[in-house]
Design a protein around this ligand. Structure first.
Ligand SMILES: [Fe+2]
Ligand SMILES: [Fe+2]
Length: 171
């Protein structure tokens, strides 16, 4: 939930950028590149990664209520959708940087969809899913999961920059 607070701030930046572009200003391509990196690495790999690979995976070993199962399915579908939207945002931003004016209206639409998806997704997790999920975990299990979250985060920067070097070597 602490991570949600930072993601919300970037989503607010994206919504502001949407309004600025709609008001007739050109897209801030550098800002959108940085935002795409944040959404890919922090929101998706780091945050959704811990949710899916640790929390959801653990809950799947528990006798979840049908409501919990469908809530979790919906959250995972949101993650897939957000990955698609961020990837489109990145592509459209690259096209806009290259002078493709036609990409701008699509970019506005994608930014609007991101700004709509995240607050709703985060509210469902914070207010319903996470409190309910804690009822399925013992104190030992939730303590162990916090440790796993820390280990996951610790490895992440090494994975990211190893991928950067490997990508650079191939160029
Ligand atoms: Fe999520
Ligand atoms: Fe989340």
């Amino acid at each position: 939930m602490i991570e949600h607070r930072l993601i919300e701030r970037m989503v607010a930046v994206l919504d502001k950028q949407r309004a600025t572009i709609e008001g007739g200003s050109p897209p801030d391509n550098d800002l959108l590149d940085q935002a795409a990196d944040f959404m890919r690495v922090y929101a998706d790999r780091c945050h959704h990664g811990k949710e899916e690979e640790l929390l959801f995976a653990k809950l799947q070993t528990k006798p979840m209520s049908p409501e919990m199962v469908s809530a979790m399915d919906r959250l995972m579908a949101d993650h897939v959708r957000s990955r698609e939207l961020v990837s489109r945002m990145r592509d459209l931003n690259a096209r806009s940087r290259g002078g493709d004016a036609a990409s701008v209206s699509e970019l506005v639409a994608v930014l609007g969809e991101i700004a709509k998806l995240y607050p709703d997704h985060i509210a469902r997790e914070d207010k319903q899913f996470f409190p309910e999920a804690m009822r399925y975990l013992s104190k030992e299990e939730s303590d162990a999961m916090l440790q796993q979250f820390n280990d996951f985060d610790r490895k992440l920067i090494h994975q990211k920059y190893r991928a950067v070097v490997e990508g650079a070597e191939k160029r």
